[in-house]
Design a protein around this ligand. Structure first.
Ligand code: LLP
Length: 427
């Protein structure tokens, strides 16, 4: 469920017409719905309530401070993956005791910053990292809590570039080696092993990978306890899929149905690191058609958003629903699967102005006739949209707006040309 809906041939976010936002803030524009963000967060909170999870919003998904603050005000901690994200989490008022830090390449500086902040725990991904963290901690006469990030060798059946829980990716420690690594940590003077962490990949559309991973996790936790560790946390990462094409996502309850009993069996506090599930369907990218061009037997709708604003179609061949903000009366609604041709639609590529043929937001889509100046909505763009945007081709990063009922507020201004050159040093 989200709060983007058509009424009288116009798209609304909650109570605000998208056309009004485009007129006020310009395009391209990311528009987020506060109700949708909170709806998804509350779904997770309710589904997992039986085990009182610590939900650490995964900042990488959408790092805007206003969104991070909203998450924090509604009870989340944060999953950070760099010093920059830790800084952001703290700026958003995040409590250090609710921050976890993952990543295969933490630098000394980043580890020191996290030790300074005294975060809840590090998710440690290699023996080398463990040695470095232990050394840094000893030098500070401090102790540190860690979870070992375990690679359970489970196929999450998602895109190869976002598969993490399978052997052969750079993530985590081979699960067969964890016991030995943990054994060396018993009675360690500075490092306290308090949990295990598994993030399998993203987005995931089945409970099976979680079930398979938990089948490894639960006995492993018991083994580590027998070694003498006070294992208190089981962190299952993020990964819950969302609606990109139609209503294909599993509910939070469905995932909880598999995860909660295992957590109870393991007698651990559950940590989750959801990102996409919360913010993905809560954001759209709004663009304006510049030109419609027929070339090489194809029709191209050239609009002002591009791969630098939303790279997912280019990078992962990801599918995002796209439809005019004010569709013509003859085709008010898209085909359910976005693939079946409807009367008064034509097959088009929806592309941006960037100088690469990989710059597309959709290929071979049945789309109503649009003309210069029309607005287009690219749906399910709240996760890994703005977060992965760049200034490629000298393009200013776009503005972001948060809608709350019939109110709206700019939460990031559009960049200017001056912003583009500001960090550069003249020689
Ligand atoms: N925890 C860890 C350790 C992660 O690596 C990730 C995502 C998450 C949590 C959050 O996963 P989520 O709940 O959002 O699925 N750019 C790609 C997705 C990359 C995911 C990276 N890690 C995309 O646009 O599909």
């Amino acid at each position: 469920m989200d709060h983007f809906h058509y009424a009288g041939h116009a798209l609304y976010c909650e109570g605000v017409p998208i056309a009004e936002l485009a007129a006020t803030y310009g395009t391209p524009l990311f528009v987020y719905s506060k109700k949708t963000l909170l709806h998804h967060l509350h779904q997770l909170q309710r589904a997992f309530a039986a085990v009182e999870p610590l939900i650490c919003y995964s900042i990488k998904t959408n790092p805007n401070l206003a969104i991070c603050r909203l998450m924090r005000e509604n009870g989340t901690g944060f999953d950070v993956t760099s010093g920059g994200e830790l800084f952001r989490a703290l700026q958003a008022g995040g409590a250090p005791e609710r921050i976890v830090f993952a990543g295969v390449g933490k630098t000394d500086r980043e580890m020191v910053e996290a030790l300074d902040a005294n975060i809840l725990m590090f998710n440690v991904e290699s023996e080398g990292e463990l040695a470095a963290l232990s050394e840094l901690t000893a030098g500070r006469h401090q102790s540190v809590r860690i979870a070992l990030r375990v690679n359970p060798d489970v196929d999450p059946k998602t895109h190869a570039k976002t598969t993490t829980g399978k052997r052969g990716t750079k993530f985590g420690l081979d699960w067969e080696r964890v016991e030995k690594i943990a054994a060396a940590l018993v009675k360690h003077r500075h490092v306290e092993l308090v949990g295990i962490h598994m993030h399998l990949g993203s987005p995931i559309y089945s409970t099976e990978p979680y079930r398979a991973a938990l089948e490894r996790a639960v006995p492993l936790i018991e083994t580590l306890r027998r070694q003498g560790h006070d294992l208190r946390y089981l962190n299952m990462g993020g990964g819950f899929g969302i609606h990109y094409r139609k209503q294909e996502a599993l509910s939070a309850d469905t995932f909880a149905g598999v995860i909660v009993p295992a957590v109870q069996e393991a007698r651990c506090r559950l940590i989750l690191e959801p990102g996409r599930f919360i913010v993905g369907n809560a954001g759209i990218l709004v663009s304006r058609v510049l030109y419609v061009k027929d070339s090489g037997g194809k029709r191209f709708v050239i609009q002002d958003a591009a791969m630098n604003d939303l790279i997912r179609p280019t990078l992962y061949d990801a599918f995002h629903r796209i439809w005019p903000v004010e569709p013509p009366a003859e085709v008010p609604a898209p085909p359910e699967d976005y693939e079946t041709p409807l009367p008064h639609t034509q097959l088009v590529d929806i592309v941006g102005p960037v100088c690469e043929s990989g710059d597309f937001l959709a290929r071979d889509r049945w789309f109503p006739e649009v003309k210069r100046g029309d607005l287009v909505a690219i749906f399910s763009a709240g996760a890994y949209g703005m977060a992965m945007s760049s200034n490629y081709n000298g393009r200013c990063r776009v503005a972001e707006v948060l809608v709350d009922g019939d109110k709206h507020r700019l939460i990031r201004r559009r960049e200017t040309y001056q912003d583009l050159i500001r960090p550069e040093l003249e020689v």
